[in-house]
Design a protein around this ligand. Sequence first.
Ligand code: 8IG
Length: 270
Amino acid sequence: MADNNNDPLALAQRAAQALTAATGVARFDIALTLGSGWGQAALLLGTKIAEVSADQIPGFTLSQVIGHSGELSALEIPDGRKILIIGARTHLYEGREIDATVHSVRTAHAAGARTIVLTNGAGGVNFDYGVGEAVLIKDHINLTARSPLKGANFVDLTDLYSAELRAIAKQVHPELKEGVYAQVPGPHFETPAEIKYLRAIGADAVGMSTAVEAIAARALGMKVLGLTLITNPAAGVTNDPLDHEAIIAKGKSAAARLADLLATVVHKLP
Ligand code: 8IG
């Protein structure tokens, strides 16, 4: 449901109310945003209580991107906590205001969530990363030249990706690597020269989401856990061209392992 409202937090409040009305869940404990390749895995976290098409909720629109579901779902995990699954991510390249790209985060907060798990699919910049590997985000480089915040809001981003939550993830999955995620605006993929540049400035993976969402979450005091699925070697890492269809297929084949990873990590979150 498109909505022109210049107070993004008020819009998020209205979205949260609509979400409660649609799902019957008054308060969510954790939110989880689905990135490319993560959809199947996330739905195995618990029992689905309800599902609503994003266009029924103020401020959300249906994504035009294949591989993004367009649904908001309420799950109950075994200990009774309620998880909001956000299958309707808005990207900067969709041409809407930056507030639209973080509306789901603000809605999750307004709906009660104080922890958000941001997942994404990304190109592997680090030569050690294999396709299908999940990597913990330890930090990001925001190359969008944009912020979701306005005014003199000097939010501290030291430890943006919660050391506490990363430690929990590594406790259950000691094999998890940690890396730096670079967010670029897209929608084009990078040139090989840009990937060399990203590696030189300390990036391990590159994608078109997550960093601005993490900033918005931190500004609201939420704890952030970031997980990246390496769906393709970034440009120039191999000789293969980048192809969105092939990337989606790789994401699908990683689903079973990701389901186990997500369930074991999310169920352990405080
Ligand atoms: I999935 O290689 C996925 N998203 N910028 N580069 C960028 N975004 C991506 C990539 C990639 N793979």
